[in-house]
Design a protein around this ligand. Structure first.
Ligand code: HEM
Length: 516
């Protein structure tokens, strides 16, 4: 008879042997690339939940170790191999390799487990692959038109004015804002709510009566709790814990709201003649879906809901975080801020000149937003699995080698990796907006590459540029420093990356001084 101890030893030996075997096999399958070795994979549930430390890269390693991992490995494409569990993966900081990986020719696809959060709401363009993706994108694309961007400009300008009035800034010469992120988040949420589905939010967002939940409250709860909804088991919603119940109530409220909204917009479309057609993205998406004669280019209700939620969530947090980073850099770079101010006043000397058409001439404002986005790329990784055996080019210490990839291999495009790659962006830690003065749309890497690049990039740029132009016309942005804190200390305290759903800068404290 075997005693318990022997059984335990036998099981432990089997486990160790199986782990050693898996590790060696994964190392061989990933072409013996050097790189990260850790207990669990960075993207595994444990890896993501635990903080970044030498045993666990976690979700923040791409930011925290941006200047070490690739330089130590001596190559721009590395492997990340876990000893215990999680999916082994290749990470790349090479834009040339990234372009091969995110191209939509069918060699790579988005695996179900990498898009689970978005699927909570329904199928969408973000999660789809192959022909299905083409169908989604084809229906959504007409909603992203110059007319939409013009309304994003007008709406950002309107909400900015509402914010200034509601916050009482209009009468003040100086305004101290301990966390500017709260304002940009609210502004971006308002924008996507209004331009996304024609539902403007009031800046005040009054609190609803006890036991009730307004749309704005539901939206805020849902936006802040994606991960929770993924992690919490169904039964936990029945526990007498208020914050868990609020998450469930908010999600139900949003779904109900979305259904009503879709049915209302359908009725409006059926009864209106073209001239009174609303211009929000949801209406245009339904219109585009209806107008396709062939049934294979239609969207059902779950897809419409999935895509509307996706636009909502892909659209506001990313843009708000990029504006936060822009403000942090402007507070640190007074000279550049003055250059931007001069540009804005040249292009838009009066209120009447503050138009979307004129925004095309704001080269420096645009470059500021893009450089902030390079330094803090909100969409910080793109994950793909190989659909077939293939060969990646430009892999190796001199970016000239070939790397055979087996079907099923996971490849992660590491956005901070690319953006802090000194070969691509010399002096990568420095804020240098001039890098983007002549940039072609295809080179704007923070929005991904090729035909699957971010569909909302011009939406985000328009909103960000309008916010910055509006702000700088009236205000000078300064650091809100602690007593005795130097510029360098403020920079080290504030300009730090934090990963939630997206990558962004932490709380940014600024002072606004009115321009005379
Ligand atoms: C600074 C702001 C933004 C950044 C940095 C950003 C970044 C990205 C990136 C890197 C991707 C590619 C993801 C992947 O392929 O895995 C992406 C896709 C996407 N983004 Fe954005 N985005 C921003 C703003 C927006 C806005 C404002 C919207 C909508 C209003 C939006 C909607 C989308 C959608 C729908 C996709 C999926 C496109 C597809 O798969 O065909 N994004 N974004």
């Amino acid at each position: 008879m075997l005693d318990a101890f022997s059984v335990l030893v036998a099981l432990a030996s089997i486990f160790v042997a199986s782990r050693v075997f898996s590790y060696v096999k994964a190392k061989r399958d990933l072409g013996h690339l050097p790189g990260l070795r850790s207990l669990v994979a960075p993207m595994s549930p444990f890896g993501a939940a635990l903080p970044t430390c030498w045993l666990n890269p976690g979700l923040e390693w791409q930011w925290r170790w941006r200047n070490q991992v690739y330089s130590r490995a001596g190559t721009e494409t590395i492997s990340a191999l876990p000893y215990l569990f999680g999916t082994p993966a290749i990470y790349t900081s090479s834009p040339e390799v990234a372009r091969q990986v995110v191209s939509t020719k069918g060699q790579f696809f988005k695996e179900h487990d990498t898009v689970l959060i978005t699927l909570l709401w329904g199928p969408s363009v973000f999660a789809a692959n192959g022909e299905d993706w083409k169908r989604h994108r084809r229906i959504i694309a007409p909603a992203f038109s110059p007319e939409t961007y013009a309304s994003v400009w007008a709406e950002t300008s309107r909400v900015f004015g509402e914010m200034e009035a509601a916050e009482g800034w209009i009468t003040k010469p100086v305004v101290d804002i301990p966390v500017v992120n709260d304002y940009t988040y609210k502004l971006a949420l308002s924008l996507i709510s209004s331009c996304g589905f024609g539902y403007p939010l009031s800046w005040e967002m009054p609190k609803s009566a006890p036991g009730e939940m307004s749309f704005a409250e539901a939206l805020a709860i849902v936006s802040n709790n994606h991960l929770m909804r993924l992690i919490l088991p169904r039964w936990s919603y029945h526990l007498p814990i208020q914050w868990i119940r609020d998450i469930e109530t908010a999600a139900n409220k949003m779904t109900e709201f979305m259904r009503d909204m879709i049915s209302l917009r359908r009725q409006e479309l059926a009864s209106c003649n073209g001239s009174e057609l609303r211009r929000d993205i949801l209406t245009l998406m339904i219109k585009s879906s209806n107008s396709e004669e062939e049934s294979k280019f239609k969207m059902d209700e779950s897809e419409l809901i999935g895509n509307t939620f996706l636009l909502l969530f892909a659209g506001h947090d990313t843009t708000a975080k990029t504006i936060d980073a822009s403000l942090a850099f402007l507070a640190l770079h007074e000279d550049y801020q003055e250059e931007m101010y001069r540009e804005i006043m040249e292009v838009m000397p009066t209120e009447a000149d503050f138009t979307f058409e004129n925004s095309a001439k704001l080269t420096k404002v645009r470059a500021c937003f893009l450089e902030a986005s390079r330094l803090f790329p909100a969409g910080f990784m793109m994950i793909r699995d190989a659909a077939e055996d293939l060969v990646l080019r430009n892999v190796g210490p001199d970016n000239d080698g070939l790397l055979p990839i087996k079907r099923g291999t996971r490849v992660v495009v590491d956005m901070p990796g690319i953006h802090y790659n000194p070969r691509v962006f010399p002096d990568p830690e420095a804020f240098k907006p001039e890098r983007w003065y002549d940039a072609h749309e295809n080179d704007i890497s923070m929005f991904s590459f090729g035909s699957r690049a971010c569909i909302g990039r011009r939406f985000a740029l328009t909103e960000g540029m309008c916010f910055l132009a509006k702000l700088l016309r009236s205000w000078r942005v300064e650091m809100l420093a602690k007593e005795g804190e130097t510029k360098e200390e403020w920079r080290r305290r504030v300009v730090q990356g934090k990963v939630t759903m997206n990558l962004g800068v932490g709380p940014v404290p600024i002072r606004l001084s009115r321009r005379s």
